[in-house]
Design a protein. Structure first.
Length: 705
């Protein structure tokens, strides 16, 4: 290093805080080298025994050397000492400069359980000419895009060549620690080649694209930041039947809320209120509803009326739907869209994603095809469409994935749709399965833009399902919106058991739709119902006119899925009504009153109905809706199975209200929920209802967030 370069380096580091530990270690290394040089010189050792050392003594000796012939030998020895001191000083200054720029170099990390070396030992190795480089092997996945590669483009390469002469310490510092150490040693010499500089810049550019094992915080630190995002929606209010007798909403088969609530309770915490969606809590469980007797319709409604557990003066109208299973599932063309960004680094995210995809593969047919698209700082294809028969190839591609980088989720969605469209199969189910924590921070992040994009692609016959993973960074709000607009389901995978439930036991319902745009409308009878409220489905509300408008999107039902909706009603004349009648409400005219009396006499059966149920749906490939309807009788003969299923659903609904908004429960407690659910578990082959009983117990001792 020449003097100009040394001045430039020192000027660049003038404002850098000095690490006292590194400074002391470097000075100690320089003094040790100084002592070693003098110990090897007998003449110097003899003088050191008699005289003090220092520049002033040297000046005194040289000032009288021309008077004494014997001083020639002394002068020669002093010149050797001076040159050695200057050389040692240069080494010390350069070592200080390196330690200030990158303190990590003085204390390299332990490798393979070897103890960490001290700063002095590290400096000693450097001074003695030994190269100390810790080699780390990072396995990376080569990914290619539909129209562009994740490798630097030619324009990037040209820019790197232009910048190669301007390489700086910051460029080296941007590399992983093992690369930085090797690069600093290569650049220590002024004669470092331009080819080496170009290599460092190319690695810096490529590092922002390639999925790799990142230098991220440990998993427990990643989860400490509570940044989970949920939409806050007000609970459905009580409505007066005479003022608003008709209720309309879209069905929902998502179950993400229940899984997230379970995760929080298992940690000893009560979930945030916005995370509790009553309909998803209730619909998490399969119910024993009867199937249609003929294949003319994909499902039939089952209606059961029971007293409300939290208020015996009220009633619960329990509407159940169970879709037909598929005898011969169609072929599947699936695109796994996997988030491999830095936020997915914890064990409950990307590692669980890999295991979940392996479970899904186990249930597919050999002729089905699978593609894999990943996204981090950019998006790319790691597996072109591959038959499931080549399962080892698919598993190998999954196994090589590592987390790192930012989250260009929108780019990944665009690339996944491109790949699905390029390999579209008319006779197959074409679906994208997005596995992510929902943290989209690069590209299109506006939910409205993403929703519009997914909605337009839905018209091309490609559906989108969402699998959420992890907590601390989970964007539930965005995941719900994308799934609804993509004609898919949204599930939350918190354990491998949940992955087994969603992707193996209920795979047909997750992948294959039997009815789309399913809407429910209930018209309540003012003569028998004073008030009503819909439990849940706040985000699925529709306008009354939307029910008959086939252009309005609604929910989908998969093969074998069950759907449950519950209304709480107050019978007419009951003292349990919470809304008083209006003092100045217009009384019916004589003619109108006579007409009502006539209608009651002519259609006396209307007085025996709480209301009338209507359901609209479309066939998977159809564009015109079909109608199913049935009355809601005041008195009915329900089977034991119907009563049991309705009672268990009521227990779950009451528990969800207790977690989110207990104002309508009165004195009903978790102990009541515990007794009701235990008494109505019924046949529980997978243990889902038993697990629910345990969650109620955990909620009794859980702490608020």
């Amino acid at each position: 290093m020449n003097e100009d370069e040394l001045k430039q380096r020192l000027a660049a580091q003038a404002n850098t805080p000095i690490d006292p530990t590194a400074k002391r270690a470097t000075i100690a290394a320089a003094l040790n080298e100084f002592k070693r040089v003098h110990a090897a010189d007998p003449a110097s050792r003899e003088k050191n025994q008699k005289k003090s050392q220092g520049i002033f003594h040297w000046l005194r000796l040289t000032s009288r050397s021309h008077h004494d012939d014997r001083s020639r030998d002394m002068k020669f020895a002093q010149q050797k000492w001076l040159l050695g001191s200057v050389a040692t000083g240069c080494v010390a200054v350069f070592a200080v400069m390196l330690s200030l720029h990158n303190p990590d170099l003085t204390t390299p990390p332990p490798v393979d359980n070897q103890p960490a070396r001290t700063p002095a030992a590290a400096s000693s190795d450097h001074v003695s000419g030994k190269e100390v480089v810790e080699e780390l092997t990072v396995e990376e996945v080569t990914v290619t895009g539909m129209r562009e590669s994740l490798q630097p483009e030619p324009e990037t390469q040209r820019r790197v060549l232009q910048e190669s002469n301007a390489i700086s310490a910051q460029d080296i510092g941007a590399l992983p620690s093992h690369e930085a150490a090797r690069s600093l040693q290569r650049f220590a010499s002024p004669a470092a080649s331009s080819e080496a500089k170009r290599e460092v810049l190319m690695k810096r550019e490529a590092s922002s694209f390639m999925p790799r094992k990142p230098d991220v915080e440990p998993p427990h630190q990643l989860e400490t930041a509570d940044r989970d995002r949920f939409d806050t929606v007000a609970t459905n209010p009580i409505k007066v039947t005479r003022e608003e007798p008709v209720s309309t909403f879209s069905i929902d088969v998502d179950t993400a809320s229940y899984s997230f609530v379970r995760r929080q309770l298992n940690r000893g915490q009560l979930p945030q209120k916005a995370a509790v969606r009553l309909e998803e809590m209730v619909n998490y469980f399969p119910y024993d509803y009867p199937l249609p007797s003929a294949a003319t319709a994909p499902f039939k409604p089952t209606i059961t009326v029971i007293p409300a557990p939290w208020n015996q003066a009220k009633r619960l109208v329990h509407i159940g739907i169970k879709a037909l299973p598929l005898a011969h599932p169609p072929k599947a063309n699936l695109v796994f869209l996997l988030d491999v960004s830095g936020s997915m680094g914890s064990p409950d995210k990307l590692p669980l994603v890999k295991q979940s995809m392996e479970l899904l593969l186990s249930g597919l047919q050999p002729t089905d095809t699978v593609s894999i698209v990943v996204y981090a700082g950019a998006a790319g294809t790691v597996l072109e469409p591959t038959p499931v028969a080549e399962q080892q190839k698919i598993l190998a591609a999954l196994d090589r994935l590592n987390a790192g980088g930012s989250t260009a989720g929108a780019q990944g969605i665009e690339l996944a749709y491109q790949l699905a469209e390029a390999n579209y199969q008319k006779d197959a189910v074409n679906r994208i399965i997005l596995a992510t924590d929902g943290d989209f921070n690069v590209g299109i992040a506006d939910p409205e833009q993403l929703k519009g994009y997914v909605e337009r692609k839905r018209a091309n016959g490609i559906e989108l399902s969402i699998l959420g993973f992890g907590s601390g960074n989970y964007n539930d709000a965005l995941m719900q919106q994308l799934a609804q607009n993509g004609n898919g389901v949204a599930a939350y995978i918190d354990t491998l058991s949940e992955a087994q439930k969603v992707l193996v036991e209920q795979a047909s319902g997750t992948l294959f739709t039997v009815a789309k745009d399913v809407k429910i409308q209930v018209e309540f009878n003012p003569a028998t119902v004073a008030e009503y409220r819909l439990l849940g489905y706040e985000t699925r509300a529709l306008k009354r006119e939307d029910f008959n408008n086939d252009a309005v999107d609604a929910g989908e039902i998969g093969a074998g899925h069950t759907v449950t909706a519950i209304y709480e009603i107050t019978p007419a004349g009951s003292k349990a009504a919470l809304i008083d009648s209006q003092r100045y409400a217009a009384a019916p005219t004589t003619d109108a009153a006579a007409k009502i009396a006539t209608d009651t006499d002519t259609h006396s059966d209307k007085a025996s109905e709480y209301g009338f149920l209507k359901i609209r749906y479309k066939q998977p490939g159809g564009s015109e809706s079909q109608l199913i309807s049935a009355p809601i009788p005041v008195a009915m003969d329900a089977t034991q199975t119907q009563l049991r299923e309705a009672q268990f659903g009521a227990a779950v609904a009451g528990f969800a209200q207790w977690l989110k908004d207990p104002r309508y429960l009165g004195n009903w407690s978790l102990d009541d929920a515990l007794k009701l659910s235990q008494a109505n578990k019924g046949d529980d082959p997978y243990g889902y209802r038993t697990e629910f009983v345990q969650l109620v117990r955990k909620a009794k001792i859980a702490k608020p967030m």
